[in-house]
Design a protein around this ligand. Structure first.
Ligand code: NAD
Length: 479
């Protein structure tokens, strides 16, 4: 048997062992992609202490120094796109092409924040008093605990770690347990780039232990969390009851894509196919509710069902595959449960639906028609390649249905009408609105986040990330 990489925790610049665990791949659950050292509370405590110790010096370094190091991390990631993408595809099951895109995004994100450091910082105000100078400065928040999900194992850690470090904070990263190798490689790259010990720490372990230690420790000043809405509620509770920590939550979605009668059919099908099923539907911005006007409804359902059935589900490393596996046996079981729920609620499967045990985690994308927005199928986040079509009469009803959800991350419309598009941008209750594009495409320099049960706290990404990772300090100087 060939040796697989063994990923250790990183604490204060030292590689720290833990309980040796196999990390199995999504496409072949019997294939060990790597091993990792599973840590517990003690390692988390040591990492927090290391981050505390390193923070003042890191914050005091000239901007040019932090900029150089972050740029080096970004460049090192971009130099290794192919290798890291293969790892990500094997570990998480994303198609190699999608994995390349994700790794590239991670590298670009580090470089983006390196250069953000040259943007103006703080503001000068006129004072109402004579001979007083009034200004708002920014200081780092301090030690940041970063808790991430499995579905973007490179990009999400990058879009939290890079701004946290850029604005002078130090970090303890706790990745999802399904994807330790991606985080382990990121830690190796950050270490090789020459960051001082303790500035970036990695602790791999259970949410209820390592994650909870970050939430309850007095040594942590802020928590940036991405994951499910249920876990997010626990994160909020712990942060509020343990030192009133600042926290930022990016959570689940049940995103609508509206298709109006005047939509170009091919565009509508392309947006739905990508938004609902690509990355096996495992995107928080996936469009799992397709809200379709009566006049185009039957043509749209027929065309989308045909395109869905034609998708080639297969090995993520095979360039002809269009959909990979779902991430884990647990996720597959949840997806198939929702297929049963949808059928029991009276919706009709028009593509996919069936699954044989010998297909492993390769689930066929499944499209339901005849759904209603009050069905569980349409209300609960499934996080798999399952979408449902809801028929509506007009734009008013479409917007009402789109907004009738506890979530509010991303919403899309496909229409040829400028006024319908403008109306939707105004009235859709979501943090991201797309017109004639899939709900799932976002760019790294623009704010990312939702409303309702999808979000709490300031936006991530772009210049907006500064709002979470730094604290405004109002200064008055008499002269
Ligand atoms: P999850 O909530 O199960 O886990 C997320 C992270 O929280 C993991 O690292 C986990 O170990 C940790 N965790 C679990 N329990 C914890 C606890 N009690 N205390 C501290 N940490 C704990 O989510 P997941 O299954 O990894 O990811 C899928 C979810 O993430 C979906 O709901 C998806 O919509 C969401 N997501 C949201 C966004 C966004 O930006 N809005 C992006 C990607 C994924």
């Amino acid at each position: 048997m060939t040796a697989v990489p063994y990923h250790l925790n990183l604490v204060g610049g030292e590689w720290v062992d833990g309980e040796r665990r196999p990390n199995t791949g999504a496409a072949r659950p019997d294939e060990v992609v790597s091993e990792y050292a599973r840590a517990g509370r003690e390692t988390a405590r040591a990492a927090i202490e290391a981050a505390r110790g390193a923070q003042p010096d890191w914050a005091r370094q000239p901007v040019g120094y932090r900029m150089e190091l972050l740029d080096r991390v970004g460049s090192a990631i971009l130099d290794r796109v192919e290798e890291l993408a293969v790892l990500l595809a094997r570990e998480e099951g994303k198609l190699l092409g999608e994995a390349r895109g994700e790794v590239t995004r991670a590298g670009q994100t580090f470089r983006y924040y390196a250069h953000q450091l040259l943007q103006p910082s703080g503001e000068v105000y006129p004072s109402t008093r004579d001979r007083v100078h009034a200004e708002v400065r920014r200081r780092p928040l301090g030690v940041i605990g970063i808790i991430t999900p499995w579905n973007y194992p490179m990009a999400i850690p990058a879009w939290k770690v890079a701004p946290a470090l850029a604005y002078g904070n130090t970090v303890v990263l706790k990745p999802a347990e399904l994807v330790p190798a991606s985080a382990g490689e990121l830690a190796r790259i950050i270490t090789a780039a020459g960051l001082p010990p303790g500035v970036f720490n990695l602790v791999m372990g259970a949410g209820g232990e390592v994650g909870d230690e970050l939430l309850t420790s007095t040594g942590v000043d802020g928590i940036s969390f991405t994951g499910s809405t249920g876990t997010g509620a626990q994160v909020a509770h712990q942060c509020l009851t343990h030192g009133n920590k600042r926290f930022q939550l990016e959570m689940g979605g049940k995103n609508p894509l509206v298709v109006l009668d005047d939509a170009e059919l091919a565009v509508a099908v392309r947006c739905a196919l990508d938004g609902s099923f690509f990355s096996s539907g495992q995107r928080c911005t996936a469009s799992s509710r397709l809200i379709v006007q009566a006049g185009i409804h039957d043509r749209f359902v027929a065309a989308l069902a045909e395109a869905t059935d034609a998708l080639r589900v297969g090995d993520p490393l095979d360039p002809t595959s269009q959909l990979g596996p779902v991430v884990s046996p647990g996720q597959l079981a949840q997806n198939l449960d929702y297929v049963r729920v949808g059928l029991a609620e009276g919706a009709r499967v028009v593509a996919g639906g069936a699954h044989r045990p010998d297909e492993g985690q390769f689930m066929r994308p499944t499209l339901f028609a005849g759904a209603r927005n009050d069905m569980r199928l349409a209300r609960e986040e499934i996080f798999g390649p399952v979408a449902c079509v809801i028929r509506v009469d007009d734009l008013d009803e479409a917007i009402d249905v789109a907004n009738d959800t506890p979530y509010g991350l991303s919403a899309g419309i496909v229409t040829g009408s400028l006024s319908a598009a403008e109306r939707f941008k105004r009235d859709a209750r979501a943090g991201i609105v797309s017109v004639n594009l899939p709900t799932a495409g976002t760019e790294l320099h623009l704010p990312f986040g939702g409303t309702g049960a999808s979000n709490h706290g300031p936006r991530e990404q772009g210049g907006y990330a500064r709002d979470f990772y730094s604290v405004p300090v109002t200064c008055y100087t008499g002269w």
